[in-house]
Design a binder for this molecule. Sequence first.
Ligand code: SF4
Length: 210
Amino acid sequence: MSAKDELEQIARQVAQCQLCELHYSRKRAVPGEGPVDAEIMFIGEGPGFHENEQGRPFVGAAGKFLDELLAKINLRRDQVFITNVVKCRPPSNRDPKPEEVEICTKTYLERQIQTINPKVIITLGRYSMGLFLSNAKISEVHGQSFWVKGRLIVPMYHPAAGLHQLSLKPEIERDFLRLPELLEKSRHAVQNNAPPSFDSDQPAKQLSLF
Ligand code: SF4
């Protein structure tokens, strides 16, 4: 099966998935979208109201801000892959439960990452950061890069955080402006077949699900 077919199959499976209780409250599941050869993958937390209505990721106010951030580094949404930790909206926007995160990431997100094989993964918010960096505090590590199992991970604040807390907006913009440089770093390492297992500036305690 080609990578494109695999990605489409994952999207079809997500649309009909009943593996956790979030399927009861969703209107439309949100598998994520973007090109199969995307070099950059964004992982948010879960669909919100508008995403649940439309079945597409980051289409509300936070999505508009994400588009603006991408434009600052001359990228368009259709050049990156955007998805979430859980693919269905938690009721009343509650936090996803650990068992929901576990089953959804094992069943879908891991396969999306393997299929797309992005050069850089940007985690948006603490839930997706927690998949790769345990015990990290987003206020301390945002915008830094970490090699986790041979893949470059960059934790960032969720764009919604910048809308709710205006003081974070400039920090989020600064982190985004570093993205082209980090992508180049990853390309260089992959080209030389030498992505390090661990980055020099990574926190001492770190675990990965992947
Ligand atoms: S959140 Fe994930 S595991 Fe749960 S029903 Fe939706 S797609 Fe399936």
